[in-house]
Design a protein around this ligand. Structure first.
Ligand code: COA
Length: 260
C-alpha cells in the first residue's frame, strides 16, 4: 500500500513505521491516522514481522499532537466522533496489537503524540524529547486515551498535574516517572530500539502475543486478568513454539521458534 504521510521499512523481523510530516511536526491528521491503522494492521498480519518500532521523521518531533487545523471548527458530535474513531482505529488498535510495538520518542510527543506513544507497549526516548498533554491550553481534554493511559503509567497525581498545567516534561523526568523505559542520545535512539527489538524477535511470538493480552487485561474493566492469564498460559501448551522452546532447553540448544 502507498502512503502519503508515513514510511514503512522492514528489516530482520522488525518493521519500522515513520510518521513523515516534518513540516507539521508530524501532527496526526485524519489521513495519517488512517494510514497508521493500515500500516500497523499490515505489520501484524505479516508473519515475518516480530516487532514494530514507530517514530517520527526529522530531529524535532515524534508527533506534536492531533492536527489542530482539522478540528478547530468541529461541533460536539464531531468532536465525540473524532475521539471515538481515533481510539478505535489507532490507539486501542495499537495497544491490543498482538505484535509488540515500541515507541521511539525522538522529540516532541505532545497531545495525540504522547497518546500514541502511550498506546505502544513501551517507550524509549532520546534526550531531546519533550512530553505532555497540552489539550486544556486549547480548551479541550485529551481524547485519544490520554487521561486513562497517563494515569495508569505515572499515577493519578502526576497525571493530574501534567494535564492541568498543560506542561511538558523532559526525557529524564519521563524516565523517573516510568513513562519511558530508557533515555539515550538522538543518534543512539533507533539502534537501541533495534537492539531491544532483536532480543524480542528471538522469543516465541505466540507466547508474546498471549503476554500482551494478559498484561492489557489488568487495565480492562470487567475482565479478570488472572483468568485471562490462565487461559493464555494454557493456550501456549498447544503451540509448536512451546514444543520447540521446551525441547530446545532440554537439548541444551537455542530455540528456533516457528511462531505458531
Ligand atoms: N497541529 C497542527 N499543526 C501543528 C501542530 C499540531 N498539533 N503542531 C505543530 N504544528 C505546525 C505549526 O502550526 C507549524 O506550521 P506552519 O509552519 O505552517 O506555521 C509547524 O508545525 C511548526 O511548528 P511551530 O509551532 O512553528 O514550531 P515551534 O518549534 O515554534 O513549536 C511546539 C513547537 C511543539 C511547541 C508547537 O508547535 C506546539 O505547541 N504545537 C502544538 C502542540 C499541541 O498543542 N498539541 C496537542 C494538540 S491536541
Amino acid at each position: 500500500m502507498n502512503f502519503n504521510n508515513i514510511q514503512t521499512e522492514y528489516d530482520n523481523g522488525i518493521t519500522a513505521i515513520t510518521i513523515n510530516r516534518p513540516k507539521k511536526l508530524n501532527a496526526l491528521n485524519q489521513e495519517t491516522i488512517n494510514e497508521l491503522h493500515h500500516a500497523f494492521k499490515d505489520a501484524d498480519l505479516d508473519e515475518n514481522t516480530k516487532v514494530v518500532i514507530v517514530t517520527g521523521s526529522g530531529e524535532k518531533a515524534f508527533v506534536a499532537g492531533a492536527d489542530i487545523s482539522e478540528f478547530a471548527d468541529y461541533n460536539v458530535e464531531e468532536g465525540e466522533y473524532l475521539a471515538a474513531n481515533g481510539q478505535k482505529i489507532l490507539f486501542d488498535f495499537v495497544e491490543n496489537l498482538s505484535t509488540p510495538v515500541i515507541a521511539a520518542v525522538n522529540g516532541f510527543a505532545l497531545g495525540g503524540g504522547l497518546e500514541l506513544a502511550m498506546a505502544c507497549h513501551f517507550r524509549v526516548a532520546s534526550d531531546n524529547a519533550k512530553m505532555g498533554l497540552p489539550e486544556v491550553s486549547l480548551g479541550v481534554i485529551p481524547g485519544y486515551g490520554g487521561t486513562q493511559r497517563l494515569t495508569h503509567l505515572v499515577g493519578k497525581g502526576r497525571a493530574m498535574e501534567l494535564i492541568m498545567t498543560a506542561g511538558m516534561i523532559d526525557a529524564n523526568r519521563a524516565f523517573s516517572y516510568g513513562l519511558v523505559n530508557h533515555v539515550t542520545t538522538q543518534e543512539e535512539l533507533l539502534p537501541l530500539c533495534n537492539k531491544i527489538a532483536l532480543k524480542i524477535t528471538q522469543n516465541s511470538s505466540v507466547a508474546i502475543s498471549g503476554a500482551i493480552k494478559a498484561v492489557n487485561s489488568s487495565f480492562k474493566d470487567g475482565i479478570n486478568g488472572f483468568e485471562v492469564e490462565i487461559k493464555e498460559f494454557g493456550r501456549c501448551f498447544g503451540t509448536e513454539d512451546f514444543a520447540e522452546g521446551t525441547t530446545a532447553f532440554l537439548e541444551k540448544r537455542k530455540a528456533d521458534f516457528p511462531g505458531r
